[in-house]
Design a protein around this ligand. Structure first.
Ligand SMILES: *Cc1c(COP(=O)(O)O)cnc(C)c1O
Length: 356
């Protein structure tokens, strides 16, 4: 099986082997040490500054999205949400559920956010900004420097969902003026699903500490307090955290830049490979993490099904009204150029058979 989906993704053998081991009891000095190191290595990978904290939640990326909306903002905020697809819509829905006043900046499918899109909101008293750095549903990567400039000028607290872009595209929290970044285990971290990670800078930590929320499991104050001793309030995804430790050790040894470079090279290799095939890239601003494609001669969903059923290869289908229009090829996880070639060969074979 080859998996080019956008999570879960291919994992290294070393990570798979760790997942097959017995799980230790975790209220111990040994596990706390692993967690403290996880926090330090995550902080390093995020380029987070002094006073920043990293929290580990048992739950998929959406759990971290909900925890951030709920704990960082209040009903006294007015938050801007970039909605260019299903993940942007999810942030807006979370704001409505938790009664955080929000305004959506809606973008057409495949389009990116521009200076002109932001202009009407400048100087209007917004206090927060929520954005999915890579809107995975459309494969559009937003310009973080543009957004950060706007937030700095307007005094907005900037919270970014980097579930799909962390480790694929350069991201440096402190340098780029980002207050909160959340990510998940099953994308470029290339671990099993079930763990999400929230990094808060000192300003965001203060916000969480001052905010009273009506929840037990999602109360990040409790996570902050337990994290001081390398623990979590409740049983964490112990084995995934041990796998995370191994993965972060490798990444920090090589440097996070080498991770960006590897993903970028893989994406470029694939994009060169599809030249001449009846496939059109649909994103106005690509990430290294994923290539969204519109097949010119056939249904996108049928390409997904044929690859799965006849070639044992997964790509990622789109949902809703894009299902027949667009499918996505991920460049996340333990993939190589030889794997790319297998997918490109399958495309050529399908073309020969009149299926592409
Ligand atoms: C995958 C993803 C998530 C998390 O989705 P889950 O299914 O909850 O893991 C959140 N945001 C983005 C941009 C994603 O790509």
């Amino acid at each position: 099986m080859l998996n080019f989906a956008v999570g879960p993704v291919m994992m290294e053998d070393k990570i798979l082997r760790l997942g097959a081991e017995q799980i230790p009891y975790f209220r111990t000095a040994e596990f706390s040490a692993i967690m403290k190191e996880n926090e330090e290595m995550m902080r390093q990978c995020m380029g987070a500054g002094n006073g920043s904290r990293v929290l580990f939640l048992t739950g998929s990326g959406t759990a971290a999205m909900e925890a951030v909306v709920w704990n960082v903002f209040t009903s006294r905020d007015h938050v801007l949400v970039v909605n260019g697809g299903s993940f942007g819509a999810r942030f807006a829905k979370l704001c409505r559920i938790h009664r955080i006043p929000c305004t959506e900046i809606c973008l057409p499918f495949g389009q990116t956010l521009t200076e002109a899109d932001l202009a009407p909101y400048d100087g209007q008293g917004y206090t927060g900004f929520l954005v999915n750095l890579l809107e995975t549903s459309s494969g559009v990567s937003y310009d973080i420097d543009l957004i950060s400039r706007f937030c700095h000028k307007n005094g907005c607290l900037l919270a970014c969902d980097a579930v799909s872009s962390f480790l694929a595209d350069p991201l440096f929290m402190e340098k780029q003026g980002i207050d909160v970044v959340l990510t998940g285990s099953q994308k470029c971290l290339a671990l099993p699903p079930g763990l999400s990670v929230i990094t808060l800078n000192a300003r965001a930590v203060r916000r969480v500490e001052e905010n009273e929320i009506e929840s037990m499991y999602f109360d990040l104050k409790d996570c902050l307090k337990n994290g001081e001793r390398g623990q979590t309030p409740f049983t964490p995804a112990v084995s995934v955290l041990i796998q995370l430790h191994a993965r972060l050790e490798d990444i920090t040894k090589r440097g996070v830049e080498s991770e960006f470079a590897r993903t970028s090279e893989l994406a470029a290799h694939f994009r060169r490979g599809i030249e001449g095939l009846p496939l059109e890239i649909t994103s106005a601003r690509l990430s290294n993490a994923v290539t969204p494609l519109h097949p010119l001669n056939t249904s996108a969903y049928s390409v997904f099904l044929t690859l799965k059923d006849e070639y044992d290869i997964y790509v990622c289908p789109n949902g809703g009204d894009q299902a027949d229009q667009v499918f996505r090829v991920g460049h996340m996880g333990h993939l190589t150029k030889a794997d790319n070639q297998k997918l490109l060969d399958a495309f050529s074979d399908m073309q020969r058979r009149g299926l592409l």
